[in-house]
Design a protein around this ligand. Structure first.
Ligand code: PLP
Length: 391
């Protein structure tokens, strides 16, 4: 079947929560994807920060195949050794604490919200940031500080306040005796790749310590090595009380995780929260393998080095094209703000075989696989510049 025929069937059978779909991929390898008509694409989006190892990494494929042949799912009613191994890797590489596993970023944030309220023991208010994105389920949606996502779905959950990102005085103004937590993305992804200021995160940490509130870092997009550190909070010299993860944690197999300090996990009792599929043998095998490959192949360092190389190239373009306003981000999470429609740029890049993302109306977003090398970045930059030359 051709792309067009598949698109027609998509329109017939799929509820249109996503717009603008025009191509279907048949297979991928490393940073490349091929569509059903055989056209090759360079993937600078990684399924929105999911395919950190690129496509069909042979070691990950092998691990998933072997695990599937052995055991796919049991239940959290039983011990799951792969889950315990994954939790130990996450805890040993973050801070003393424990993990909860689920299936997505929104679910990880739902769990974090519930755990924070349990910790709060009657304190239920949570401060999040304007411009944040935390997911589409009701708790995560309410936590999301962007009205456009709320419209049509009210009433939302009570108890959420939205402070100005990178403005500590604004955060302070929303604290009441009922505040139990502050939730923040170290780098806001969906609203346009906006990194938090170092001072801001440090002050949030102090504020949370002072008022016995929890600091929750949503690292669903910016975690898992993408910024050149395993966790983005490491850039800030602090540890949060809760970290939420998903996206590239399972290398493409759906899995979400919460890492919580002991003071939080000790408030949680059997029956307080659950997820049928959460951390099943297959998903946790995929995540353990993904992390091991990241460590063995130095992919976190690669994200830092290639990220700097990529950012320099984008900065060069900024010096050439006046309609580029700003280049932002860390590691391989980069955004280019333009005085132009980012959607149009995305479309033109796609026509030329380069897959990129957008964030908001005017930001072209780059989230390439962490395995990326200079030659792929050069090729992508050449295509991106060809597109910029023609607008
Ligand atoms: C920072 C952040 N949190 C949460 C989510 C929601 O994740 P999911 O789509 O897996 O529910 C996203 C998704 O883009 C995200 O970027």
């Amino acid at each position: 079947m051709k792309n067009k025929e598949i698109a027609e069937l998509d329109q017939k059978y799929i509820i249109p929560t996503y717009g603008g779909k025009a191509i279907a991929f048949s297979h991928g390898k490393g940073c490349k994807l091929w569509d059903v008509e055989g056209k090759e694409y360079l993937d600078f989006l990684s399924g929105i920060a999911v395919d950190g190892l690129g496509h069909s990494h042979p070691k990950l494929v092998k691990a998933i195949q072997e695990q599937a042949a052995n055991l796919i799912h049991t239940s959290n009613l039983y011990l799951i050794p792969n889950q315990i191994e994954l939790a130990s890797i996450l805890v040993e590489n973050s801070f003393p604490g424990k993990c909860f596993f689920c299936n997505s970023g929104a679910e990880a944030n739902e769990a974090a919200i519930k755990f924070a309220r349990k910790y709060g023991a009657g304190r239920y208010e949570i401060i999040t940031m304007m411009g944040s994105f935390h997911g589409r389920t009701y708790g995560a949606l309410t936590a999301t500080g962007q009205e456009k996502f709320h419209k049509g779905f009210e009433p939302l959950l009570p108890g959420f306040k939205y402070a100005e990102f990178n403005n500590i005085e604004s955060v302070k103004s929303f604290i009441t005796p009922k505040t139990c937590a502050i939730m923040v993305e170290p780098i806001q992804g969906e609203s346009g790749v906006h990194p938090a200021d170092k001072e801001f995160i440090k002050e949030l940490r102090l504020l949370c310590d002072e008022k016995n509130m929890l600091l929750i870092a949503d690292e669903v997009q910016c975690g898992m090595g993408r910024t050149g550190k395993l966790f983005a909070y490491e850039h800030y010299g602090i540890t949060p009380d809760i970290v939420t993860l998903a996206k590239s944690l399972g290398g493409g197999i759906p899995i979400g995780a919460v890492i919580a300090k002991e003071k939080v996990s000790s408030c949680i009792n059997p029956g307080n929260h659950a997820a049928t599929f959460g951390g099943n043998p297959l998903a946790t095998k995929a995540a353990v393998t993904t992390l091991n490959i990241m460590f063995e192949d130095n992919l976190i360092k690669n994200a830092e080095v290639m990220g700097n190389y990529f950012k320099d190239k984008l900065e060069n373009l900024k010096n050439k094209y006046t309609f580029i306003k700003e280049v932002r981000g860390k590691g391989l999470m980069l955004g280019v703000e333009v005085n132009y429609s980012a959607k149009e740029i995305l479309k033109k890049c796609m026509e030329k075989g380069l897959l990129i993302g957008t964030a908001g109306e005017n930001v072209a977003r780059f989230l390439p696989p962490l395995i990326i090398q200079k030659k792929d970045i050069d090729k992508g930059i050449t295509i991106f510049e060809e597109v910029l030359n023609n607008i």
